[in-house]
Every structure is written in C-alpha cells, then in structure tokens.
Design a protein around this ligand. Structure first.
Ligand SMILES: Cc1cc2nc3c(=O)[nH]c(=O)nc-3n(C[C@H](O)[C@H](O)[C@H](O)COP(=O)(O)OP(=O)(O)OC[C@H]3O[C@@H](n4cnc5c(N)ncnc54)[C@H](O)[C@@H]3O)c2cc1C
Ligand code: SF4
Length: 323
C-alpha cells in the first residue's frame, strides 16, 4: 500500500498552489495515474483532484472552432455533436480509446498527459530503464513489436494517446496554467520526443495544469478522419494510427497527415503533406503520399511491420477524404 494525501481543488489557482509541494500530482479520471502510482513509477506525496473544479469539463463553440475543457470525459467528446461536426477526427479518436468504462471515467487532459505503455517501463523488475532514471533501454535488444520506428533516441516508447494524434492533425492548442499564469502551447510542441527529454512525454511542469484544448477555426469543419490498427477492437492501444485532415476537398489546398503508434510523439508526415499540396486525391497520388508518410522510418528488430501498416492506414484515410 502506498499512502498519499488526496485534496479536492475548488479552483485552478488553488490547484496550482496545491501542486507546489514535491511529488504532488494532478488527477482527472485516475484511469492511468492510479496504476502508475500503484506500480511505483512516479513517487507521489499528494494527489490534487481537478474534478471538483466547476466548469473544466465544458465543450463549447469558439467562433468557427471548439474549446474542450481538460476535464471533459472521452465519452462526452466522442458523443458531442459539436466535436463531431467541427473536428470529426477528434470525436472518432475519443470513441476508439480503450473501452466504454475507461471513456466514461477518463478525461481528455489525462489522455494526452498519460505515461507511456512500454511493457518494460511498466514492469516492476525493469527499474533501470532510461525512463525510470536508469541507464538501459530494453526495447533495443528485446521485444520491440510495439515500439517506435521513427525518431527513437535513448527511449523508443510510442505515444499511447489516440486523441493526441487527432488533435495534432487539426492544429489544436493546449492551454496550460501554472504559477506564472497561462501559456498556450501548440500540440506540435506540447508532445516531447526523447531527443528533447526522454523522462517526459509532454511540455508540462509538475505544478502546471492543462485547463483547455482549443481547436482553431482554420481546421474546424474541414473533413478529417482518424483510423487505428489494433489487434483487438477494444481495450487495445494502437499499433499504428493516422489522423488526416484536408482543406480544399479533393483538390488539396492544405493537409495534415499525422501518425500515431510509431513515434514518441504524434508524428506529422511532412513529406506526404508537402506532396499533397495542390494535388487532386487520385489513387496514384494517394499511393505516393502513403509511401512518403513512412520515409525515414528506422524500425527495430520486431516492428518493421508498422511501415506497411501505416502506409495502409494513410491510403485508407486519404481515400475516405477523397470521396
Ligand atoms: C486498459 C486500458 C486501455 C487503454 N487503451 C487506450 C487506448 O486505446 N487509447 C488511448 O488513447 N488511451 C488508452 N488508455 C489510456 C486511457 O485513455 C487513459 O488512462 C485516460 O485517458 C487517462 O485519463 P484520466 O482522466 O483517467 O487521467 P489520469 O489517470 O487522471 O491522469 C493521467 C496523467 O495525466 C495527468 N493529468 C490528468 N489530467 C491533467 C490535467 N488536467 N492537467 C495536467 N495533467 C493532467 C495526471 O497527473 C497523470 O499523469 C487505456 C488505459 C487502460 C487502463
Ligand atoms: S523504450 Fe523507453 S520506456 Fe521502454 S525500455 Fe526503452 S527506455 Fe524504457
């Protein structure tokens, strides 16, 4: 049994103050944090409950865009008419997370800030893995089926969050509040790769809170899709996923093609995006874009299958956007 103090915050400002003690952690739905604490992966002295702060779970229109409170539950996002209409890929990604029970408890803030699911990291006997402050990556010479094919450095764990991939594809911004006030971080820099800091997944200090996610008007109401490949239809993390958005219909003016399950962060397929600009989404163009999406991949011993899997998902996603 690990003991910790549990405090219900009543405002964002109070929550930030409560986080000023060492090893204080924020809790949303608790579906990831409690497992992490129980397994001793993060020392925890105090848990600050955000669910008692009124209004943080709202989903609202914002001009042409949408604002999603960090405490909005995944089930509410998946079922929201506003999100389905203005950011279909985000609603689809929320609907594909885990299981109905987890979507009913889990929040979007917790989903994008969750810890990685590398099976070595989550194993109590592997306390010397880099991400646990050690000096070894088991995936490099061990079972690497679920690991990164892009941008691996010391750590090869992939982003586990489905919504992070979709949010990146609509140029979402994450609103973060800490002792120095509010800052707005684009999704593209909110998620951190091992080249920057392999101990952290997101640009969030211990005493900072995500309060809101904003989807700006430029990508809202544009057709977007999220597709996920996982061996099981529920309670399974993505082996690979793609979120794609196209502005301009079949004649592409601007696009986002973002890959999940293949890198530590949602990976923008910049080569594919540049190639698509100004083109019609014909089957040849789609096939070439899918090929470009995995350019530069460097698989480990057991995960080369992710290259063709990702290419197939990109083809499917763009084909849907073309029709
Ligand atoms: C069996 C199982 C299957 C799963 N499958 C999937 C899947 O397929 N796809 C997927 O995307 N996820 C999956 N997950 C992960 C699940 O979606 C997350 O556990 C959930 O979304 C986390 O939300 P939460 O509100 O419960 O977060 P919590 O557990 O409360 O918190 C998670 C982390 O986020 C931090 N945090 C929470 N809210 C905030 C905030 N507002 N500001 C700052 N930090 C915050 C916490 O401190 C903690 O570090 C699965 C989980 C389980 C247990
Ligand atoms: S991939 Fe990352 S989390 Fe997994 S064993 Fe290697 S260093 Fe640890």
């Amino acid at each position: 049994m690990r003991s910790f103090e549990h405090v219900n915050a009543t405002s964002v400002q109070e929550a930030v103050k409560l986080l000023s003690v060492q090893n204080a952690r924020v809790i949303g739905g608790g579906t990831d944090l409690l497992a992490v604490v129980k397994d001793g992966l993060l020392p925890t002295a105090r848990i600050v409950n955000l669910k008692t702060i009124p209004g943080l779970d709202q989903i609202k229109a914002d001009g042409e865009g949408v604002r999603i409170g960090a405490l909005a539950r995944l089930a509410d996002i998946a079922g929201s008419t506003l999100v389905k209409e203005r950011a279909p890929s985000v609603a689809a990604a929320a609907a594909l997370v885990a299981s109905p029970q987890i979507r009913n408890a889990g929040t979007i803030g917790g989903n994008i800030a969750q810890k990685v699911r590398c099976w070595y990291y989550r194993d109590a006997d592997r306390a010397d893995c880099y991400k646990r402050n050690g000096s070894y990556c088991y995936a490099v010479f061990g079972q690497s089926d679920l690991h990164a094919i892009f941008d691996g450095a010391a750590c090869f764990a992939v982003t586990p969050s489905d919504t992070a991939v979709a949010l990146t594809s609509v140029d979402a911004e994450v609103v973060v509040v800490g002792p120095k006030g509010e800052r707005i971080v684009p999704a593209t820099s909110f998620f951190i790769g091992p080249d920057k800091d392999y101990m952290r997944e997101v640009d969030l200090a211990q005493d900072e809170i995500i309060t809101e996610i904003r989807i700006p008007g430029a990508f809202a109401k544009q057709p977007s899709v999220f597709l996920k490949a996982a061996p099981r239809r529920a309670i399974d993390f993505a082996r690979a996923s793609v979120a794609a958005t196209v502005v301009g219909g079949a004649q592409v003016v601007k696009s986002r093609v973002v890959l999940g399950g293949v890198s530590a962060v949602p990976k923008r397929a910049l080569g594919a995006e540049a190639y698509l600009e100004g083109k019609r989404l014909t089957s040849d163009v789609i096939a070439k874009a899918a090929e470009l999406a995995t350019e530069g991949a460097k698989p480990l011993a057991n995960n080369a299958y992710k290259i063709r899997l990702t290419q197939g998902l990109v083809r499917q996603a763009l084909t849907r956007l073309a029709s």
